[in-house]
Design a protein around this ligand. Structure first.
Ligand code: SF4
Length: 323
């Protein structure tokens, strides 16, 4: 991608499995294995897959909340994985995260003013309390919360309101990029829609780019410009959103899509229920990692790694089948 804000290449994150008195490393959990993608300024990339597929690890690795094992991450022309000290702190101002559980991610003993203003203090942007409170009031208005709530505590808010506080906190340092880590997954469907609409509005207003991590394709459909589907630590398909929803190529994407309820029941697809569980990322299956559950598996899928194929502009997938 020519004008990429974030560029991820061959990202890997392996977690060692230790055993015995000497905590010897006996295996590796391959949580993320050779993941590459780009995100343009003001673009939203949806990242979707079942729980344990590695999508959350990808999001956290980009911000170095988890240190990746190998690969490269370039943000705004700078090498994120090589950055240290002041350079990393400056980068983190521009790269923020919104977590899944807004209650667990907000300190219950801190007021809304302190939660949202914390970053401003830590980065030395605002030192006077009065100025900080004025800025927090502006941020509350941006996320459509009444500024009169500024001195309240997290337990006084609903789940949706708490997530708005989490969003205000992420916005406090004027970032260019935000990882939304299952940011709406814990909320009721009607509240999910409100938060997604809020994020879309903020993206338009502030020119934000998002990596929107979710386990449900229907959640990412309305916010994402493009969608990447992950299975067992790898991206198996990546395409512009409309293209992915109307012309999915990978059997895994097809099965996920078959579970998405459509507004027009006449257009409903036959539901494909996958057999078995996701294999262990400690010992992924050889050949195509999806072969143990694929409804159209062929003999050579069990031994040969599928190639990366192109299907139209910006549409790639890994499968032995031809589209
Ligand atoms: Fe299914 Fe084979 Fe394609 Fe893998 S490579 S998704 S097993 S058809």
């Amino acid at each position: 991608m020519e004008n990429s804000l974030l560029s991820v290449r061959h990202l890997q994150k392996f977690f060692p499995v230790r055993k015995g008195v000497f905590r010897k490393v006996v295996a590796q959990v391959k949580a993320v294995d050779d993941v590459s993608f780009d995100i343009a300024p003001s673009e939203t990339l949806g990242l979707v897959g079942e729980s344990g597929c590695g999508k959350t690890t990808v999001g956290r690795s980009l911000l170095r909340l988890i240190e990746p094992t190998s690969g490269s991450v370039t943000f705004d022309g700078q090498d994120v994985l090589e950055a240290g000290g002041a350079q990393l702190r400056a980068m983190r101002r521009n790269m923020q995260i919104i977590f899944q559980d807004p209650y667990a991610s907000l300190n219950p003993r801190m007021s809304v003013a302190d939660i949202i203003g914390e970053g401003l203090k830590v980065h030395g942007i605002i030192r006077k309390r009065k100025e900080m409170e004025e800025r927090v009031e502006q941020l509350l208005e941006k996320v459509k919360l009444d500024p009169v709530y500024i001195n309240r505590y997290p337990h006084e808010f609903s789940g949706g309101q708490r997530q708005r506080i989490g969003i205000a906190r992420a916005l406090s340092l004027d970032p260019k990029f935000i990882v939304c880590d299952e940011a709406v997954s814990a909320l009721d469907v009607s509240i999910q829609a409100q938060i997604i609409n809020l994020l879309v509005g903020l993206r338009e207003e502030l020119g934000l780019a998002f990596l929107f991590v979710a386990h449900d394709l229907s959640v990412v459909e309305h916010i994402s410009h493009r969608v990447a589907v992950m299975y067992l630590g790898k991206i198996v398909e990546l395409a512009p959103t409309r293209e992915l929803f109307t012309n999915p190529k990978h059997p895994y994407t097809q099965s996920l899509l078959s579970a998405v309820p459509r507004a027009n029941p006449g257009a409903a697809r036959n539901r494909t229920v996958l057999k078995g569980d996701v294999p262990s990322p400690i010992a992924p299956p050889p050949g195509c990692p999806f072969h143990t559950r694929c409804p159209v598996v062929m003999p050579h899928c069990k031994t040969e790694v599928p190639p990366l194929k192109k299907s139209g502009p910006g549409h790639t997938y890994t499968c032995h089948l031809d589209g």
